[in-house]
Design a protein around this ligand. Structure first.
Ligand code: SAM
Length: 362
């Protein structure tokens, strides 16, 4: 096994299929609801050094929890090869995530291997705890954007939420280092009633003053372990009213179809914020995102239960064209719209287990 976790079988599969990642003659598939495939989220690890209660509560993801062994993970070469297949099918944004992606050793090396094009966005979502040390290498390797998660500016609140003793200062410094390295930075904050909803305005003020876009996220019912309860969801409407009362807002147009966050501009021209309202205003209608787990399973929805094993295709010597045909067929059969359906029923939608966000990637 190499430093990047590549097995001999994977090496053989790669050697058997040396085609270029780009195949422009392929047309972009649409799913059953007419949605294109534009965005691939790639989880590079199911491990994280935070234990946020809304994502990886310590009671479940404690010392005895069995994370994936290294041999189960896709190697960097396998990830890059799949990324090339997805790009050839129309994907224009690749986002590395996890777990905490910066726990994966030598991540800039993966960025270096990913396809590059002027209209291809290479982004990373991180909790920021390890970002300062890697930002420059990531930017040099070709990363264009980073989204840093930070739920509060108050240390006591932040540490209660991350349950890992990481300070606000560590993350704020990392954001500065990333900006200085030339990465475009956005900040994500999950808002949970009774935990950090009192801290929305300080977050908005801080990032507005620095010209960075903050996105406020509704607490979602991802996975099965976060004890999700609708009463703890602070709705987009409530968040907007809070912010608007201090910093008057106006709605701004989406940058592109399928954008996750709704955009709001500060009326005084000092920038914008985003609101991600997956619970109260589901946006399945134009969802163009696919998700690849660290193990190489493909999911059409954050709330899915079952994935499709692409690793087995890679490791059984299939060519890029064969893998492309299978991914295309999977996307064309896609009907996922969990968040919309959740809104239409009062009973739990699926009895079967949903996949955990730390596994599938946020
Ligand atoms: N470790 C990285 C990080 O912290 O950004 C990447 C993975 S994390 C799963 C990706 C994003 O999902 C983070 O912004 C996190 O706050 C968000 N997230 C996790 N669980 C959530 C939940 N239950 N509701 C809303 N957002 C959630």
């Amino acid at each position: 096994m190499s430093a990047t976790g590549e097995s001999p079988g994977a090496r053989a599969a790669l050697a058997a299929a040396p085609e270029p990642a780009q195949a422009p003659e392929w047309s972009a598939p649409l799913d059953r609801r007419g949605r294109p495939l534009r965005d691939l989220r790639i989880s590079v690890t199911d491990r994280c050094n935070f234990r946020c209660g809304y994502c990886m509560p310590r009671g479940v993801f404690g010392p005895g929890f069995q994370f994936l062994p290294a041999r189960e993970l896709l190697s960097f070469e396998e990830i890059a090869r799949l990324a090339g297949v997805f790009v050839s099918l129309g994907v224009r944004k690749l986002r590395l995530t996890g777990g905490e992606p910066l726990l994966r050793r030598d991540l800039p090396e993966l960025v270096r291997l990913l396809p590059k094009a002027a209209d291809l966005d290479l982004a990373l979502t991180t909790n920021g705890s390890l970002l300062a040390a890697h930002a420059e290498a990531l930017a040099k390797a070709g990363l264009t954007r980073v989204t840093v998660s930070l739920d509060s500016l108050d240390d006591a609140t932040f540490q209660r939420m991350n349950d890992a003793n990481i300070s606000v200062r560590t993350v704020l410094d990392a954001i500065d280092v990333a900006g200085a390295a030339g990465l475009r930075v956005k900040v994500n904050a999950v808002i949970q009633r009774g935990l950090n909803d009192h801290g929305i305005i300080p977050l908005v003020r801080y990032f507005r003053d620095r010209g960075l876009i903050l996105r406020l996220i509704e607490f979602m019912d991802v996975g099965n372990t976060n004890g999700w309860n609708r009463a703890e969801v602070v709705s987009a409407q409530e968040m907007l009213e809070q912010v608007d009362a201090v910093f008057p807002l106006e709605r701004a147009q989406s940058n592109y179809a399928g954008e996750v966050a709704s955009r709001y501009r500060f009326r005084d021209g000092s920038g914008e914020i985003g609101i991600i309202a997956s619970v109260t205003q589901p946006f399945c209608g134009d969802c163009s995102r696919a998700r690849l787990s660290a193990q190489g399973s493909l999911y059409g929805c954050l709330f899915a239960s079952e994935g499709h094993d692409l690793r087995q295709l890679l490791r059984s010597g299939q060519s890029d064209a064969e893998i492309r045909a299978q991914v295309c067929a999977l996307w064309q059969a896609r009907t996922d719209a969990y968040s919309e359906q959740r809104g239409q029923t009062l009973v739990p939608l699926r009895r079967r287990a949903k996949i955990e966000m730390s596994y599938i990637g946020g």
